[in-house]
Design a protein. Structure first.
Length: 235
């Protein structure tokens, strides 16, 4: 597997263990012990995936996510001993893609990394027939470049935000419930479906004039959400 991973973990022995297992998979791995070091290394190292602890000396993991939001394309898996619902929702809200709690099996973590990198590769190829650019209102969604523009200005999306929008766009007009969205985007049959609502809200804040009265990502009451390229009101 040809990909780059940045490990941000202040427990040296654990960082070495994770690095060992990932290196065995053929991944290029760099490990740092603080968010400040991670920010510095991102200037010349462009990872496909970041494994991030929350409890770090100095800047914590949540603050780090906030500083790189919209600036890095990397997927993010939080690896932390903190496992409260509030921590998980906060991490996802800041742009993390998954949350793994400590202690964990290194082999299971590697499997999660492998699955996420595989999904990233799958999503790099658009699946809308004969359409690589989707326009709606002032927006232009470039499916091949994984970019969203409002007129000439780029709207920064995290990798997972793009995945959710991409899925809804590919199923334009069809209402999708949270379970369908979660299964298709996160590739898991089971999980915390509130994650879907978190990402829908984040997308609405970026593309809707009024997130409480969405025009593009509609709420279909009793079902879920649908993308409507035509300007309309929530059902």
């Amino acid at each position: 597997m040809n990909a780059k991973v940045l490990v941000v973990e202040d427990v040296t022995e654990l960082a070495k263990l994770i690095t060992l297992y990932l290196t065995r998979e053929g991944l290029e791995v760099r490990a740092v012990e603080s968010a400040e070091e991670a920010r510095a290394i991102l200037q010349d190292f462009d990872p496909d995936l970041i494994l991030l602890d929350i409890n770090l000396p100095g800047m914590d993991g949540f603050e780090f996510l906030a500083t790189i939001h919209g600036k890095a394309h990397a997927r993010v898996i939080i690896v932390s001993a903190r496992d409260s619902d509030e921590d998980i929702i906060t991490g996802l809200g800041y742009g993390a893609d998954e949350f793994v709690t400590k202690p964990f099996s290194p082999r299971v973590l590697v499997a999660r990394v492998r699955a996420m990198l595989r999904r990233e590769k799958e999503y790099s190829t658009p699946t809308i027939a004969n359409e690589e650019i989707v326009s709606f209102g002032p927006f232009r969604l470039d499916l091949r470049a994984c970019m969203l523009f409002r007129d000439k200005e780029r709207i920064h999306l995290s990798a997972r935000e793009f995945d959710v929008l991409n899925y809804l766009v590919r199923n334009e007009g069809a209402p999708k419930n949270p379970q369908e969205i979660y299964s298709a985007v996160w590739k898991n049959l089971y999980g915390d479906l509130t994650t879907v609502a978190v990402y829908i809200q984040r997308l609405r804040k970026k593309i809707e004039e009024d997130a409480s009265a969405p025009r593009w990502i509609e709420t279909v009451h009793g079902i879920g959400y649908r993308f409507n390229r035509q300007e309309g009101n929530s059902a």
